[in-house]
Design a protein around this ligand. Structure first.
Ligand code: AMP
Length: 215
C-alpha cells in the first residue's frame, strides 16, 4: 500500500507514521528527517537546505523531488511506502503522480490530519526527540524518562516564531493539495486531536486495517 500523510506541522504525522508503517510493513519516508540528516552531515545539499529549514520555508520542489525519487527507487519501497511530509505543494503532488505512473504505481490513500492551530503550537514547542532512538516525546503530554532528558533534542525550527512561518507555508502551499487528492477520491480526513492511541485507532480505521494487525 502506498500512503501519504498530510497535515500541518505538529498534527501528529511523524508519531502516527511509526504505527502505520508497523501495521503495513512499509518504510516511512520523512522528507523532513532526510533533510535534517543532510544538514547534520553538512553535505553540499545539506548546507543549501539549512537556510530554508531554519527559516521555516519550504525547500524548492526540484531538490525535494530528486530526494524522493532516489528514495522510492530503493528496494524496501517495492511493496509499498508511507510518505510523511511529502508532497508539500501541488507541483510536488503532480510530479509524484507522474513519477509513480512511469513505474506502473500509484498512491492508494492520503490521510489528512485535522488539528487546530492552537494545539499545534502547544505540541510543537514542547516536542523533544531522542536522537538515539528517533522517538518523539512531549514534555507535558508524553513526558520522557528522566534518565534520557540530557540527550533530547529540541528542533531548531520548533520555536514559536519559526512555527508561525511554517504554518503560513502550510496554508498557502500545502493545504491546496487537499482538494487535489479529494478530486481523485483518495483523501481521508482524520481528527488528529486527543490521545495518541485514539488518533491511531482513527487512522487505522481510515486505512481499513484491523487494530490487532498493528501490534
Ligand atoms: P518537517 O519535519 O516535515 O516539518 O520538515 C522540516 C522542514 O524541512 C520544512 O520546514 C521544510 O523546510 C523542509 N521540508 C520537508 N519536507 C519538505 C517538502 N516536501 N518540500 C519542501 N520542503 C520540505
Amino acid at each position: 500500500m502506498n500512503v501519504i500523510l498530510l497535515g500541518a506541522p505538529g498534527s501528529g504525522k511523524g508519531t502516527q507514521a511509526q504505527h502505520i508503517c508497523r501495521a503495513l510493513g512499509v518504510p516511512q519516508i520523512s522528507t523532513g528527517d532526510i533533510i535534517r540528516s543532510a544538514i547534520r552531515e553538512q553535505t553540499a545539499l545539506g548546507l543549501e537546505f539549512k537556510s530554508y529549514a531554519d527559516a521555516g520555508d519550504l525547500v524548492p520542489d526540484d531538490l525535494v523531488n530528486r530526494l524522493v525519487d532516489g528514495r522510492l527507487a530503493q528496494c524496501d519501497c517495492a511493496a509499498g511506502f508511507l510518505l510523511d511530509g511529502y508532497p508539500r505543494t501541488v507541483a510536488q503532488a503532480g510530479w509524484l503522480d507522474a513519477a509513480l505512473a512511469r513505474h506502473g504505481r500509484h498512491i492508494d490513500c492520503v490521510i489528512s490530519f485535522e488539528v487546530a492551530d492552537a494545539l499545534v503550537l502547544e505540541r510543537i514547542t514542547g516536542r523533544r526527540t531522542d536522537p538515539a532512538t528517533g522517538r518523539v516525546f512531549h514534555l507535558t503530554f508524553d513526558p520522557p524518562p528522566i534518565e534520557i532528558m540530557h540527550r533530547l533534542v529540541h528542533r531548531a525550527d520548533d520555536t514559536e516564531a519559526v512555527l508561525r512561518r511554517r504554518l503560513e507555508e502550510y496554508s498557502e502551499k500545502t493545504a491546496p493539495i487537499v482538494p487535489y487528492y479529494e478530486a481523485r477520491r483518495l483523501l481521508r480526513r482524520v481528527n488528529g486531536e486527543g490521545a495518541v492511541a485514539d488518533v491511531k485507532r482513527r487512522v487505522l480505521d481510515a486505512l481499513g486495517i484491523e487494530e490487532a494487525a498493528s501490534v
